[in-house]
Design a protein around this ligand. Structure first.
Ligand code: PLP
Length: 483
């Protein structure tokens, strides 16, 4: 579908605003602006009526799929609905007009919010120290890894290996590599859990730690944490938990209690802030007493009744973000947690788990299960059977677009063939999930009735099948050159 630019819609004289006549003595612009910075010709602004501007942007906004439009069951990424009040309140001038260089005594309320937010998060995670600074999950991983590195350096050893199970999120090995570790992949066993024999075979004095995604990218709760903990203790290794999918654990278990040393959270996933499009997010890192002394500066602290930014952390790994991170995201998370309260936190996890299990139960007889293990917030199907009948996972995903739904994550995790990784999230109703099930069952029938409809899908999306590799690698955003 070709959508015109606003400049192409422009018609001379079709002006969408009425300004009152200037009734103050005006100075000539040339008195105010240096001559060499004046325009040589008038700006080519589009001239367009208000109703057409509105239609133009509304139409653009729905070209792509988004969570305000329909279901978005992207496994491992928690594309849940974010209450609009978070946006409204975090946009209040009392927040947006603050300047991060303001004297601390003039921003006590803002610091109090950040401090209280930290307290809530420590309560939810079971840890004793936290930094809000990291800008995203992967950034949080990087910070966590630098803390682990520092732990070993303080003991005068330079450990180089990071253990990463094959069911971990892809950012884990990438972050470990960037933090200077070499990665040793640990196999999953037939239940989708860490293969303890393989872990044991890879334990040695060069291992700095292990990074576990829990629940794993198979949506499975790693139930052998105690065993893994004692194996890691035998070499004084550390345990990192990728907590991006904390909405499966909220209020039920705490990673700090389970024996982890460090974890990150994704505010733009579990804690309800808009997600995607490269906008700001936050990936706070929480730690136990072993790593607390190394947290990035400044810490948000409280002394007597005064909140302050604490720069006096002698063993800190340093700063990892300008000022103290993405403030607007913290406000959204704070509002979210205040709105749902302590009891609500647990309900989030319960609903996330019930929803995923409902979908799994309704789909598992038609699509194969990647692993037949208890499901947390997401599960993985395999379209191997469908592929043999003529339509692979990609065709099913593209066909789902015709039903007005975003496809699940496909071909990930790599350990399941023809994977479809589905996370309904806690915010979807049974009715919406039933629509998804009906679409998935109908698509399966279409393979035998008219497979071309799948092979040529999508039929009613804005664009057909893109060459996804070139689209990402040879990015071409120059409109005028191409039209
Ligand atoms: C999304 C995700 C990450 C990475 O987080 P970003 O904010 O995208 O950098 C890491 N681990 C898991 C399990 C995730 O789902």
């Amino acid at each position: 579908m070709y959508t015109k630019l606003i400049f192409e819609l422009s018609k001379e004289g079709r002006i969408g605003h009425v300004l009152p006549k200037i009734d103050v003595a005006s100075r000539k612009t040339s008195d105010l602006i240096p001559k060499n910075q004046m325009r040589k010709r008038a700006a080519e602004l589009p001239q367009i009526a208000e109703n057409e501007i509105v239609r133009h942007f509304i139409n653009l906004s729905i070209l792509n799929h988004h969570v305000d439009k329909a279901f978005y069951p992207l496994g491992s990424c928690t594309m849940k609905y974010n209450p609009k009040i978070n946006e409204k309140l975090s946009g209040l001038p009392g927040f947006t007009d603050l300047h991060p260089d303001q004297p601390q005594e003039t921003v006590q309320a803002a610091l109090q919010i950040l401090y209280e937010l930290q307290e809530y998060l420590l309560d939810i995670t079971g840890f004793s120290g936290i930094t809000l600074q990291p800008a995203a999950g992967a950034h949080g991983e990087m910070v966590g890894l630098l803390l682990m590195k520092k732990y070993h350096q303080m003991k005068n050893r330079n450990r180089k290996t990071m253990l990463v199970p094959d069911s971990a999120h892809g950012t884990n090995p990438a972050s470990a590599h960037i933090a200077g570790f070499s990665i040793k992949t640990i196999r999953s066993n037939e239940k989708g859990l860490v293969d303890l024999a393989d872990l044991k075979a890879n334990l040695n004095e060069d291992v700095a730690g292990i990074m576990l995604t829990n629940p794993s990218t198979l949506g499975i709760f790693e139930s052998q944490i105690k065993e893994i903990r004692s194996m890691m203790d035998s070499i004084d290794g550390l345990m990192y938990m990728d907590g991006a999918n904390m909405n499966a654990l909220f209020g039920i278990v705490r990673p700090g209690d389970m024996g982890f040393d460090v974890m990150h959270l994704n505010f733009h996933k579990s804690f309800s802030t808009p997600h995607g499009g490269g906008g700001p997010g936050a990936g706070p890192v929480a730690v136990n007493d072993k790593l607390k002394a190394f947290l990035p500066v400044p810490l948000i602290d409280k002394k007597n009744d005064l909140y302050f930014l604490n720069e006096e952390v002698p063993d800190s790994i340093g700063k990892v973000h300008s000022y103290y991170g993405n403030f607007g995201i913290f406000i959204r998370t704070y509002i979210y947690l205040r709105m749902i309260g302590k009891e609500g936190v647990r309900k989030i996890a319960e609903h996330a788990i019930v929803n995923a299990n409902y979908l799994k139960a309704r789909l598992k007889d038609v699509y194969e299960l990647g692993y037949d293990a208890p499901t947390m917030h997401e599960f993985v199907l395999s379209a191997e059977k469908q592929k043999k009948r003529g339509a692979k996972t990609l065709d099913i995903a593209k066909r789902l677009l015709d039903f007005g739904m975003h496809p699940p994550t496909v071909y990930f995790p790599l350990i399941v063939k023809e994977a479809l990784m589905i996370e309904p999230t806690e915010t979807e109703s049974k009715e919406m999930m039933d629509l998804f099930v009906e679409a998935m069952l109908k698509i399966d029938k279409e393979i035998d009735q008219n497979v071309d409809i799948l092979l040529n899908a999508p039929h009613n999306a804005a664009v057909k099948r893109l060459d996804e590799a070139s689209a990402a690698r040879n990015l071409d955003i120059n409109y005028y050159k191409n039209h």
